[in-house]
Design a protein around this ligand. Structure first.
Ligand code: SF4
Length: 204
C-alpha cells in the first residue's frame, strides 16, 4: 500500500477554518473557535512529523519551559485567540491572577503606540510569563507562540541581547500555525466577527 502523502499547508488552513466555523456556528463562542483552530494545527503538525519523518528535527528543538527570549516580541492574534487567552487569565488562581492583571496593565501602557520593531527594541516582556519565565497560559497560548521554535537557544539569547541573527527553526511548525491562524481569521470573517489582528500585549 502506498504511503499516505503528507498534508499540505493549504489543507491546514482549510481544516482550521472549518473547525473554527463549526465552533462559531454552533454558538460555542470565540474561545472555542480558537481552541478548534489550535487543535487542528497540532494534529496536522503531528501528521507531518510522521509523514515526512521529522522526529529527529523535533527532538533537536531546544525550546523549553523557562526559556522566554521569544516572549519579548509583539504577538499578533485574532479576537478568538484573545478570548481564549482572557479566559485562561481569568482561570488563574489568586494571587497569581491579580499579579498577572497588574503586569498586563503595565505592559499595555509601556507598549502603547509601538509597532512590531519598536516592541522588540523595547524588549517588552510578555505579562503572561511568571517569575521563572514560564508561560502562565501555556495550554491556551495563541498560534504565533506555538509557531515559534528554535534549534539554538543560544542564538535566541544573542538575538535577545541585540545581535541581528536568523533563528534556526523547523519551518513546518512555523508555517502550520501561521496557516491555521489564517483559517481561523477566515472563519471569523465569515461569521461576522472582528477580523482585526491585534497585539496580545496591548489587547489583553
Ligand atoms: S502568551 Fe505565553 S508563549 Fe506567548 S509570548 Fe506570552 S508568555 Fe510567551
Amino acid at each position: 500500500m502506498p504511503a499516505a502523502s503528507p498534508p499540505r499547508y493549504s489543507d491546514v488552513q482549510i481544516a482550521a477554518r472549518q473547525a473554527a466555523l463549526r465552533a462559531l456556528t454552533s454558538g460555542q463562542g470565540l474561545a472555542a473557535a480558537a481552541r478548534a483552530a489550535i487543535d487542528t494545527a497540532e494534529t496536522f503538525l503531528a501528521r507531518i512529523i510522521d509523514a515526512v519523518d521529522l522526529h529527529e528535527q523535533i527532538a533537536a528543538i531546544q525550546c523549553a519551559a523557562g526559556c522566554y527570549h521569544c516572549c519579548h516580541q509583539m504577538v499578533g492574534i485574532t479576537s478568538a485567540e484573545l478570548a481564549l487567552a482572557r479566559e485562561a487569565v481569568d482561570a488563574l488562581p489568586e494571587p497569581q491572577r491579580g499579579a498577572t492583571r497588574a503586569r498586563i496593565k503595565d505592559m499595555a501602557e509601556r507598549g502603547r503606540g509601538l509597532d512590531q520593531a519598536g516592541w522588540w527594541q523595547a524588549r517588552l516582556r510578555c505579562a503572561l510569563l511568571d517569575e521563572e519565565g514560564r508561560c502562565l497560559i501555556h495550554a491556551a497560548r495563541p498560534l504565533p507562540c506555538r509557531a515559534m521554535n528554535s534549534y539554538s537557544a543560544e542564538t535566541c539569547r544573542r538575538s535577545h541581547a541585540g545581535e541581528r541573527l536568523q533563528i534556526p527553526m523547523l519551518a513546518a511548525q512555523h508555517r502550520i500555525h501561521g496557516h491555521a491562524q489564517l483559517g481561523l481569521a477566515q472563519a471569523l470573517a465569515e461569521s461576522g466577527e472582528d477580523t482585526m489582528v491585534v497585539g496580545l500585549g496591548t489587547a489583553l
